[in-house]
Structures are given as C-alpha cells and as structure tokens.
Design a protein around this ligand. Sequence first.
Ligand SMILES: [Zn+2]
Ligand SMILES: [Zn+2]
Length: 254
Amino acid sequence: MKMRVLGCAGGIGGRERLTTCLMVDHDILLDAGTGVSSLSLDELLQIRHVFLTHSHLDHVAGLALLVDAAQIGKSGGITVHATQKVIDTLKKHLFNWVLWPDFAAIPNEQAPAMRWQAIEQDATLEVDGRLITPWPVNHTAGSSAYWVRTGSGGFLFTGDMGSTPALWERVAGEALLRQVIVDCSFVNAERALADMSLHFCPQTLVDDIRALPLHIEFLIYHLKPGQEDLIMRELAEEGSRPFRAIRCGDVFEY
Ligand SMILES: [Zn+2]
Ligand SMILES: [Zn+2]
C-alpha cells in the first residue's frame, strides 16, 4: 500500500501549501481539500472512494470539484464515506443546488457521480485488501480519525483534532501501526485558540500522546501558514520524541 500526501497545510499560500488530502494507492482519498487540485485529470478519474474526517471547508473544497470531474469523465461514480452527521451537513450546506449541485442526483439517482455511504465508528471497511477503521475524535460533530492498513502495516490519520484520550488508548494496542499523522495547528502562544477550535499546539499534543510507545512515528500536519518552523521547533523543545512535518508530495509505503 502506498500513501501520497497531496495536501497537508493548515491554510493556503503558494504551491507548497495545499489543504488536507491524502491519496492511498490510486483510488482512495482521505479528505479532499485543495490538495485534490494537484491530480491530473486521469488521476482524478481513477478515484473511487473518498473518506472524510469532517465537513470543514479545507477538507472538502476539492470534493465538490472532484465529483464534477467524475461526472464529466463518466468514471462510474465516487463513494463518499463519512459519519451521518458529516453527510447531513454537506447535503444541507454544500451539495444543495445553491452552493453546488447535488451530484448524488447527477446525471440520475440510479448511476450518480457521487454516492454517500454512512460509516459507523469502530466498524472496519475493506476496500480491495486495504482495511479502514474510523474512530471518533474531538473536533467538530461527527469527526473521525482513520486507521488505514494492510497485513503488513499502516498509518493512523487523525484529521483535525483536540485532546482525545480514548483514541490513543485504542491506538496503543495496534501492532501494525507504524505512523500517526496528527494535527498540530498552532504555536504554544496560541494555546487558547487551539483549545477553543479543538486543535493541538505542541504542549497539548505532547501531553495527549505521552503514554504511546516511541516506535510509533508521529508525523505532523495542518501547521498554520507562516508558523510551520516555530511549531516544529516548539515540538522539538518538548523533547519527548522525534516529530517530523509531512509535505505535499511525500510518499509512504506500507
Ligand atoms: Zn477542522
Ligand atoms: Zn482543517
């Protein structure tokens, strides 16, 4: 299994800052922020599944345009997996014929460009040999992390999150877990804003994951533009374990 980072920034600004989108092999996306725009038309048309962590715009902006491309390319449709809460939000506020057409009814409801599929937390889905398990995290209502693996290993993508001790308790028992891609959006000086918006800053992240074994590598995403270096410096100064920021274009093999 291959995972390619298409977008991982906490905001836009230059080609190196595209918002959240991870591609698993050639056919699965985890979130669909502006990172979707780095795919060629051929690559866009190979996407069959999108798993959404939550409904915030920086994670779904590319979904609207992706399903339009799928419709034009007549690719056979994309299944969008998310909690019912997230699906309801996107139906009401985005795919509502006002902000954007309802692509679950285009060209018709029998063979649409996009199908909604509600996920149940803790229930594992298999997509051609890749196992994907959603777990709840503390961010907006209905937010999920995804534990993605094959028999030889995998990664946890937290999506945006604030403190969620129950997630780390579950993670600790997963022998195949090699890497965690985790939110750390703000510098320590903005801890109050991080807490209020349910994101991590270096202090709160390190506190939350203190009990996890050191062989699990933590990869940081969703750094706020312009503060990337300071956030990573503050994480290093915490001294608890090594941290590395992921970048657009990074590829990981599992
Ligand atoms: Zn968010
Ligand atoms: Zn976000």
